[in-house]
Design a protein around this ligand. Structure first.
Ligand SMILES: [Zn+2]
Length: 428
């Protein structure tokens, strides 16, 4: 959705609903604000149920300090104003108490964002503000001092997190990406040592941009229309199931020979419409659209494997925990996992960017899932539904493996059981 035309009252309510629905705050915690072109700050009210906020509840605070609203403004108004004073470039602030970031805040640490290239690109380095009494001017000074140093996301000691950006959508994206990164790091610590990307690897990620030439399209088939709808439905479902975040994940579906639909770059996975998807035909992009950065990689896979009908890149928390430890997910623990996703490959970070053909040799219809080191996971399927199902099974398996560690040693199925499975399900 284009939020450019939304009134601050509506945008604040929509964003708050999203934060609450996806369990990234409690009903009393969390506040959002937008500073408009007049210098008016629109902010969530104090003591109103975050699960039942309406546009009329949002409060306007004018530059002279006068307040316009049916409720008092959030008690954290002082730090919102303090941030805006030191950072004229910021137009929106998100503050909340999501579990993983609170865990970091009470450990007095900040998440290492260099574990995932997108997290690094969206967050940069994260600041840390020493404790202050909630609602106090003192807390405002402490947080603003970190924003003045250039941080756009700040962990607040024994409290929560604050993210700022040029608009509310971008501030939310920062907030959600940081919470996902924090969750993945926490889960990863029970899997193995967390690896962070080197400066060269981070440079490689920012350097590789799609440079597909455009083509002018003529007409659209019913099959393509149907696939556009189907892909959108699964992307929204993936977002709801927390397999995709607003900023991360690309999904594509084959339309024909050397022709596929792919998610655009950039876009919000929470609200995608069929017309937002981009058709890539013989290595060229539909005129006027920018495809996902994974488009060249997806093309190599479609060309190498005619039976592949859909491909997804994603960063679900538990599978990503394996990704940032550079470990594969062992599927030989549950029959359903082994039958559906077989052996999971582990691909070096650089490979998807530098050698798509090599990825196509490792990620095949018989080995349809791979952990991309420090970049989430990738799955291929015959259909959109099959790819989605395999992604879900991969994430559930990863979650069982992570959680199972708290119970002691894990027992993969014996070789004989795997051999029986291969025979029973006629796996080549
Ligand atoms: Zn708070």
């Amino acid at each position: 959705m284009n939020t450019l035309y939304l009134h601050p009252r509506d945008e604040i309510v929509m964003t708050m609903e999203r934060i609450y629905r996806y369990k990234m705050t409690t009903t009393s915690g969390g506040n959002l604000s937008i500073r408009d072109e007049n210098g008016d700050v629109w902010i969530t009210p104090a003591r109103v149920d975050k699960g039942a906020l309406t546009p009329a509840d949002v409060v306007r605070v004018r530059p002279d300090g006068s307040v316009d609203g049916r409720h008092p403004p959030s008690s954290e108004l002082p730090f919102h104003l303090a941030i805006y004073r030191v950072r004229p470039d910021l137009r929106a602030v998100v503050h909340a108490h999501p579990m993983a970031l609170v865990a970091f805040s009470l450990s007095h640490r900040v998440p290492e964002t260099r574990v995932l290239p997108l997290a690094w690109q969206i967050e940069g380095t994260v600041g840390f503000a020493p404790y202050g009494i909630p609602g106090s001017e003192d807390l405002g000074r402490r947080i603003a001092a970190e924003f003045r140093r250039g941080f756009d996301s700040v962990i607040m000691e024994n409290h929560g997190v604050c993210c700022g950006a040029a608009d509310l959508q971008a501030a939310f994206r920062r907030f959600e990406t940081l919470e996902f990164t924090a969750k993945s790091i926490i889960k990863a610590r029970s899997v193995g040592p967390v690896r962070r990307l080197t400066p060269e690897q981070l440079r490689l990620f920012t350097r590789v941009q799609p440079s597909l030439r455009p083509f002018r399209r003529d007409g659209i088939t019913t099959r393509e229309k149907g696939l556009r709808r189907e892909l959108c439905d699964f992307i929204e479902r993936g977002y709801r199931q927390r397999l995709l975040t607003s900023a991360a994940g690309s999904f594509s579906a084959r339309v024909g020979d050397d022709e596929f639909l792919v998610t655009p770059y950039p876009f919000d996975r929470h609200a995608i419409e069929p017309e937002d998807l981009v058709l890539v035909r013989r290595g060229r992009r539909e005129q006027g659209r920018t495809p996902s950065r994974a488009a060249a990689l997806h093309r190599a896979l479609y060309r190498a494997h005619p039976s592949v009908g859909a491909i997804v890149n994603a960063h679900p928390v538990h599978a990503t925990a394996f990704s940032i430890c550079n470990r594969a997910v062992d599927t030989r623990v549950i029959p359903e996992s082994y039958v559906l996703i077989r052996e999971v490959s582990r691909l070096p970070f650089e490979m998807p960017m530098t050698d798509p053909e090599a990825v196509a040799r490792r990620l095949t219809p018989s080995n349809p899932a791979a952990v991309l080191c420090n970049n989430g996971v990738m799955v291929v399927g015959r259909t959109v539904l099959a790819a989605f199902d395999q992604l879900e099974v991969l994430e559930y398996t990863a979650e069982a493996l992570v959680d199972g560690r708290a119970l002691g040693r894990q027992h993969p199925m014996p070789r004989s059981a795997i051999a029986d499975l291969r025979r029973a399900f006629r796996m080549e």
